[in-house]
Design a protein around this ligand. Structure first.
Ligand code: MEV
Length: 380
């Protein structure tokens, strides 16, 4: 799949449970090295079942290809010319991707943006709106943007410079929503109302403060990236799109929204660009990806995007619930202890008992793990 390959770099692959999404039970493969994430989303998905699970949707899989047009004397005149000849320009892309077009996708629209000032002066940006159907679409959009460059130059007399997709895929949005009955949030000494209000206070912090929003959104991406990776999609493009979308108002903020419903339940929603495919790219070339997609059973890129958004929302809820109550470290350290045990050289059968002892002693350090292993080998 790549140049100069010398081997494979493996990540743990797990399966998140209990997700009911649009009324359907879904098993979600997740590839991630961080402990607690899969346990966290599975537990939240179980809580969400009390409110009917997640509702997910996605807009049309429309990507944006950008063409930068330089050396134009009159931007407004060039824009008018492009818009006047829009139909011919779009028609010039006909037949470029016959499979996508046969499924109803292809070039849909052209939009023109005038950049009045920049370090190199003014220029035009043409946005090609291209429906990529069930593929991630980078190759499809990039080749369409490259193909359109010639006709745009011929029409305007300008010079087409960059021709590349935008990862701010804000026309290809996925949305997930969940309502959790407050009673289902109660645990230990915490009442449902305490947990709900604690989550709302935590969310308010992320809504107004970019320092907190970055961490809050990182938690969301813990869930999202893991499914994006397991399904062979491009997590860097999803990350770039998510954070650019989080800053779309000019102020970087939370990607999710949590509120109290009229009857006092907790309601959460998450919306973000999700350029993911169920076919094409590495989805066919990589055997694990193929198996993971089969397990998920998504019938379209939009359905996959909805599942991924649901997992992101569940992960956000898991983090906020922990942070707003007992703190994140308690559950985290238990799983971290397993990694410490492995790093200390524990045999597979020793990992669980060693991790348990480290947690019991409240001393999850590699030196202590090595000491215990030495004691055990001396006792043999
Ligand atoms: C850790 O990987 C993610 C969290 O920091 C997210 C958050 O703070 O909301 C726990």
């Amino acid at each position: 799949m790549i140049e100069n390959a010398v081997g494979l770099y493996a990540l743990p692959l797990g399966i998140a449970q209990h997700f009911i999404i649009n009324g359907k039970l879904v098993l979600v493969p997740m590839a991630i090295e961080e402990p607690s994430v899969i346990a966290g989303v599975s537990y939240m998905a179980k809580l969400a079942q009390a409110g009917g699970g997640f509702r997910a949707s996605a807009t049309a899989p429309e990507m944006i290809g950008q063409i930068q047009l330089l050396d134009l004397a009159d931007l407004a005149a060039a824009e008018a010319l492009i818009l006047m000849h829009k139909d011919e320009l779009l028609a010039s892309l006909h037949g470029l991707h016959p499979t996508i077009e046969a499924l109803g996708g292809g070039a849909k629209d052209l939009q023109v943006r005038q950049i009045a000032t920049s370090p190199i002066g003014h220029f035009l940006v043409v946005h090609l709106i291209y429906d990529v159907r069930d593929v991630m679409g980078a190759n499809a959009v990039n080749s369409a943007a490259e193909r359109l460059a010639g006709p745009l130059e011929a029409l305007t007399g300008g010079r087409a410079h960059l021709r590349i997709l935008s990862n701010l895929a804000d026309r290809r949005l996925a949305k997930a929503e969940v309502t959790i009955p407050t009673s289902a949030l109660a645990f230990g000494a915490f009442s449902g109302e305490q947990v709900r209000d604690g989550i709302l206070e935590a969310w308010a912090f992320a809504a107004v403060d970019p320092y907190r929003a970055a961490t809050h959104n990182k938690g969301i991406m813990n869930g999202i990236d893991a499914v994006v990776i397991a399904t062979g999609n491009d997590w860097r493009s999803v990350e770039a799109g998510a954070h650019a979308y989080a800053a779309r108002s000019g102020h970087y903020t939370s990607l999710s929204l949590w509120e109290k419903t009229e009857n006092g339940d907790l309601h959460g929603a998450l919306e973000l660009p999700l350029a993911v495919g169920i076919t094409g790219g590495s989805t066919q070339a990589h055997p694990s990806v193929h198996a993971n997609l089969k397990l998920l059973g998504a019938k379209s890129s939009g359905e996959l995007a909805g599942i991924i958004a649901s997992v992101g929302l569940a992960q956000n809820l898991a983090a906020l619930r922990a942070l707003a109550t007992e703190g994140i470290q308690r559950g985290h350290m238990r799983l971290h202890a397993r990694q410490v045990a492995l790093s200390a050289g524990a045999e597979p059968a020793q990992v669980a008992p060693l991790a348990e002892q480290l947690v019991r002693e409240d001393n999850i350090r590699i030196e202590r793990a090595q000491e215990i292993l030495r004691e055990w080998s001396e006792q043999k």
